[in-house]
Ligand binder design. Structure first.
Ligand code: PG9
Length: 614
């Protein structure tokens, strides 16, 4: 009964907050709907919220989105406008736009539309659509101060990154957040392995609408199952999924056809174009973002290498998009990181970034750090003068017999082996529902996996001092298989001591003693070990190098904990099953191609960490 009362109270509080925000927008902003004509004549639907107080001039905060800027079903005024409530209440002109081919805008949509260098005449891409839109906004919106900022999370983050290329001179500050950079490494694939757990989401971008609409023109497949693991295991080879989609699901057909990193994916990757960037940039990401972890890290690195602009990065203890929500207790799965982390970021970092460059012309005393990174082991923010930190050192640990993760390699050559069976794949979590996209598994307890015979475990002795890892991790594996293809998954785990303290407000089942907290994980589809564009089979039983970059972490493995590595070859249904028999295109594999194989990991395999000395 008590929990029901708490639930009702939370719902009431949430409703009041929603109503307050909506009333705030109605009382303080005027809303205008219009279209902006692009250089090729296509009209893009644009919604403008202008402060009613016309005695001042305001910057324009602009978001371009494929997710509808006037969401159907919501009331006339959006409940939440602008990147956060602080910027909304300070007063800014807030603009949303449906990108070309989506919702109320005209034109034809293209997933991650490729940038066209040196466009001629009426040639367009997302960068030119942004330039043309900004050009119109600064000339036509009353009381604007001539400065424009752009922000966006996830797919809107991709459009924010597009604005950085051939940027409009009025564009002074851009914050690409959880920004998709390349669909072969973000969202739908990780190092070439297809994210099967994303399969239903393909419908979001699989159908073309025929005219502007504020009602969904696509539908999601009805699967009549809440058990995602069993559904996909029973479904068998990927080709069997066709029947759930209408044959004109363009994106699903493209995914199946382009199973390697070919021109279709390469041309859509944006990192190659992030050069000579002029606006100030703040990339934002979540250290446990299951959808777009790759994007912000690698986009920041590209801008840092090829531009001399103000370029910073923020990564917090967040899953996908947490930082934009009003979450009081920040926890991901069982792991708790602190209270009001998102609110403080919104107030002290994001609001200051935009005000510094849109209201103070880059002057102002708010000097934000180059890299503002949350330590997910100590639950404290750390500021660095560069990322990865200048004084960080590479340190290798070797995968040794008797489950040892050692700083020295044994002289004799040994190996650990396991049988990888596509009929009994390793689950990616203990709690696999029919999710839209996987969001909450990245801190899950990995004890369930450690106890399976097809998961290899290597761990250090109990640490005698804190070890702060700040930067990327490189798995340098030497492996063999009796088959001709295989996936290699590496998981980095923080093993809590048996008497680890529980978090505040921890429910009974969230005891943290002996918790195997996943800190980072990544897969390499073995056929792509030497090239993502030209897949190669393994020679059976031949020792072969497979190198995997795991995205950066900022995590202190505390004294009394252990560092653990797990290695496996299935991760289901997060990723699809590798038949473990080399076929030209795994999307076309047949049932008979899927074979149980024996895999070996040799003891000269190592994991290279980036460690920051005290
Ligand atoms: N990157 C996320 C996504 C892309 C495509 C399909 C489903 C999700 C996002 O934009 O939220």
């Amino acid at each position: 009964m008590k929990s029901l009362k708490i639930l009702c109270l939370l719902f009431f509080v949430g409703f009041v907050a929603f109503a307050q925000d909506e009333n705030y927008v109605k009382e303080n902003y005027n809303k205008t709907e219009t279209t902006i004509t692009m250089r090729d004549g296509v009209k893009l639907f644009t919604v403008i919220y202008s402060p009613k107080d016309s005695s001042k001039k305001y910057p324009i905060l602009f978001q371009r989105t494929p997710y509808s800027c006037a969401p159907y079903g919501e009331s006339e005024f959006r409940s939440k406008i602008s990147p956060n409530e602080f910027l909304m209440k300070e007063g800014n002109i807030i603009v949303y736009q449906d990108v070309r081919g989506r919702w109320m805008s005209e034109g034809v949509y293209d997933n991650m539309r490729a940038y066209i260098p040196n466009k001629k005449g009426k040639q367009i891409d997302e960068s030119s659509d942004t330039f043309d839109s900004i050009n119109w906004l600064v000339k036509n919106i009353p009381n604007n101060n001539g400065n424009v900022g752009i922000w966006g999370i996830s797919y809107p983050g991709f459009y924010a990154s597009c604005s950085l290329i051939d940027s409009h001179p009025a564009l002074k500050a851009v914050s690409p957040q959880a920004c998709i950079a390349d669909f072969f490494f973000d969202d739908f694939h990780h190092n070439g392995a297809y994210l099967l757990s994303y399969w239903r989401a393909t419908a979001l971008f699989g159908y073309e609408k025929t005219q502007p609409t504020d009602k969904p023109w696509y539908s999601f497949p009805e699967l009549n199952s809440k058990d995602q693991y069993q559904f996909f295991l029973d479904a068998g080879p990927l080709g069997n999924l066709d029947k759930y989609y209408k044959e004109d699901n363009v994106f699903w057909q493209q995914l199946k056809k382009h199973s390697s990193y070919d021109e279709f994916w390469k041309s859509r990757g944006i990192i190659q174009h992030l050069k000579n960037v002029k606006p100030a940039v703040m990339f934002v990401g979540g250290l446990f973002d299951a959808e777009d972890l790759y994007g912000p890290f690698n986009s920041y690195e590209a801008v840092e290498k090829n531009s001399s602009n103000y370029n910073t990065i923020v990564y917090g203890p967040w899953s996908h998009g947490d930082w934009a929500r009003t979450i009081e207790r920040q926890a991901i799965g069982n792991v708790y990181f602190g209270d009001n982390i998102s609110r403080d970021y919104q107030r002290d970092i994001e609001t200051n970034f935009f005000n510094k460059f849109l209201k103070e012309n880059g002057k102002g005393e708010n000097n934000l750090p180059e890299a503002y990174m949350f330590d997910t082991g100590t639950n404290q923010w750390k500021s660095y003068a560069q990322w990865p930190p200048k004084n960080a050192e590479k340190k290798s640990y070797f995968l040794q017999s008797n489950q040892r993760l050692n700083e020295k390699a044994e002289k004799s050559s040994t190996f650990e082996e396991f049988i990888s069976d596509p009929k009994k794949p390793v689950p990616y979590s203990e709690d696999i529902k029919m999710v839209f996209t996987p969001r909450k598994y990245m801190t899950d307890d990995q004890r369930f996996a450690a106890r399976r015979p097809d998961v290899l475990v290597f761990e250090t002795p109990v640490l005698t001092e804190d070890v702060l890892m700040a930067g990327p991790i490189f798995a340098k594996l030497n492996v063999s298989t009796t088959g001709t293809d295989a996936d290699w998954i590496v998981k980095v785990i923080d093993v809590f001591p048996p008497d680890a303290e529980d978090y505040p407000e921890t429910q009974e089942y969230l005891k943290m003693g002996n918790y195997f907290m996943m800190v980072r994980s990544e897969v390499m589809r073995g056929r792509f070990r030497n090239s993502f564009s030209n897949p190669e089979p393994f020679t059976p039983n031949e020792k072969t190098a497979v190198n995997i970059k795991l995205q950066d972490i900022n995590h202190t493995f505390k004294k009394g904990h252990k560092i653990q590595i797990q290695i496996q070859s299935t991760w289901f249904p997060l990723i699809d099953l590798n038949p473990q028999t080399f076929v030209p295109n795994i999307f076309e594999a047949k049932t008979e191609d899927f074979k149980k194989q024996t895999h070996k990991v040799y003891n000269d395999s190592s994991i290279e960490f980036t460690i920051l000395k005290k």
